[in-house]
Design a protein around this ligand. Structure first.
Ligand code: EPU
Length: 297
């Protein structure tokens, strides 16, 4: 089966060809997907994966922590945004679709007086993406509250994964080779802590709000702040093409309007080089590059 046969095999699902991906990333850069699909249901997601055998499959969530390469992405890009249901299993446990918005989840928990995700204040994106990168702040991450997951494997099977099937750390999660369909999230008895939430919200004031970015470019190396290292090395204001380093927070690379993903990569490399040359510290990227979820079967 090749992608040429994909559309006839999926008569009820809209499959786009040569679909521009830049509107699906908060950075607003990147090329086109050879094929693109946005399933409305988990069975549709399974069908799409089954039909796409022998082709690379890429997954996009909220697009807020991802760099989409320029040019043509050969294969099939699947957006999980429309898998956005939420169903409460009890007072403090819900099964939530991968495409559910993290900011909406935080708002819902705040309204329900359920504590735990205060540290997620101001973090954009979908729950699926947040789990894949263990999004968080202040040493905390959303994976802490994931009790189990339903995911689609490379054969299109729906698999149930428990807490022992994956581990996570600072901005990383070991899940790979599957597409998250939904997550069972569970919170203990803590009430919502408005003071803690406001504290995390206040930290956002030191970040460029309303600009096109993918959040922090680099992870904080142990014992250091990437933002401070980059600032001390004079990176603020550096520019390549349409990309520039924020003068509010040096760990944010912004798209000034006409940046390409290559501009962003070159600028990130330049910044990392400066820090390495002056401190000996190698910065690790925090932003992920869109790459296949399944290798060719
Ligand atoms: N700093 C500078 N110059 C800068 C930026 C920061 O001197 O240009 C200094 C600050 O003054 C502060 C220290 O560096 O003393 C740390 O900065 P900040 O408080 O802004 O926090 P951060 O470590 O840079 C982390 C997360 C953010 C999260 C904030 C707030 C990482 C890589 N970054 O930033 O997460 O929003 O804490 O909780 O872990 C993201 O993941 O995309 C992200 C933005």
């Amino acid at each position: 089966m090749t992608l040429n046969n994909l559309k006839p095999r999926l008569p009820d699902i809209i499959i786009r060809e040569n679909w521009p991906l830049f509107p699906l990333s908060t950075l607003g850069t990147g090329g086109k997907a050879e094929f693109f699909a946005q399933p409305e249901t988990v069975p549709q997601l399974q069908e799409i994966v089954r039909a796409a055998e022998n082709t690379p499959v890429y997954v996009l969530g909220g697009g807020s922590n991802i760099l989409i390469p320029d040019g043509v992405i050969h294969g099939l890009v699947i957006s999980t945004r429309n898998l956005s249901s939420i169903s409460w299993l009890d007072d403090r446990t819900a099964e939530i679709g991968a495409g559910f918005s993290l900011p909406v989840l935080v708002k819902t928990l705040r309204e329900k007086n359920i504590g735990g995700l205060e540290f997620s204040a101001g973090i954009p994106g979908t729950l699926g993406g947040a789990i894949m990168g263990n999004a968080g702040a202040g040493g905390r991450g959303v994976c802490e509250f994931a009790e189990s997951l339903n995911a689609v494997d490379a054969q299109g099977n729906l698999v149930a994964l428990g807490r022992d099937d994956f581990s996570y750390g600072y901005r990383n999660c070991t899940l790979s080779g599957v597409i998250i369909a939904s997550v069972v999230m569970s919170w203990n008895g803590d009430s919502w802590d408005e003071a803690k939430y406001s504290e995390f919200m206040a930290k956002r004031k030191n970040q460029p709000i309303g600009m096109r970015s993918a959040g922090c470019t680099f992870k904080n190396p142990e014992g250091h702040s990437a933002g401070k290292l980059l600032d001390d090395c004079g990176c603020k204001g550096l520019r390549i093409g349409g990309a520039f380093v924020s003068d509010v927070h040096a760990n944010f690379i912004l798209n000034g309007g006409n940046a390409t993903s290559s501009d962003i990569i070159e600028l990130a490399d330049l910044c990392a080089k400066r820090v390495c040359e002056s401190t000996g510290i190698t910065l690790e990227p925090e932003i992920k590059t869109l790459s296949p979820c399944f290798s060719v079967k």
